[in-house]
Design a protein around this ligand. Structure first.
Ligand code: GAR
Length: 179
């Protein structure tokens, strides 16, 4: 059973659903995340940091909710908060992230803009196992995305997302088959 964490539009969540993967619960750090509207048929929950005493308490509450939904594998599909060690301990080597760059280059929340500002000729996508760092952990798969001279953050991110929507479900399918 897969639990998905989201913060934004949820196009990667949609790709997981469209691939027929067993997504059973979706959680967010933002109650108004548009991604949550994509899954009226599934249990959803919001864990806003402001409603907890600490990040560790928020993450523990989120982990307990996911476990109560029988989640075994957690996919970060545009989830923009760092997870605490306590959360990761509930799902050892079973938290997977998709990131819009060729990690370890350009980690963080503004990877697409950072790549354009740095003038790279190739951006990319990485799917990796999450550890306690910012967009670090063992890499499962990467794919290059050429940068065009007239690219804006929006146009480059759109082509990166096209790749993400193929790479992420394939990586998750392979993980499920390997277990
Ligand atoms: C995706 O491009 C994902 O790689 C990125 O946020 C976007 C979410 O889009 N994640 C990160 O930058 C994580 N550091 P979505 O909400 O449409 O799936």
């Amino acid at each position: 059973m897969i639990g998905v964490l989201v913060s934004g539009a949820g196009t990667n969540l949609q790709a997981l659903l469209d691939a027929g993967l067993p997504v059973r619960a979706v959680a967010s750090n933002k109650r108004d995340a548009p991604a949550l509207d994509r899954v009226p048929h599934l249990p959803t929950a919001a864990f806003e940091l402001a409603e907890f005493d600490s990040r560790a308490e928020r993450d523990e509450s989120m982990a307990q909710w996911l476990l109560s939904q029988s989640v075994e594998l957690v996919v970060l599909a545009g989830y923009m908060h760092l997870l605490t060690p306590g959360f990761l301990a509930h799902f050892p080597e079973r938290v997977i992230n998709v990131h819009p760059s060729l990690l370890p280059d350009f980690p963080g929340a503004h990877a697409v803009a950072d790549q354009l500002a740095a003038g790279v000729v190739e951006a990319g996508v990485t799917v990796h196992v999450v550890d306690e760092g910012v967009d670090t952990g063992p890499i499962l798969v990467q794919e290059r995305v050429p940068v065009r001279e007239d690219d804006t953050v929006e146009s480059l991110h759109a082509r990166i997302k096209d790749v993400e929507h193929r790479l992420l479900p394939t990586a998750i399918e392979e993980l499920l088959c390997a277990r």
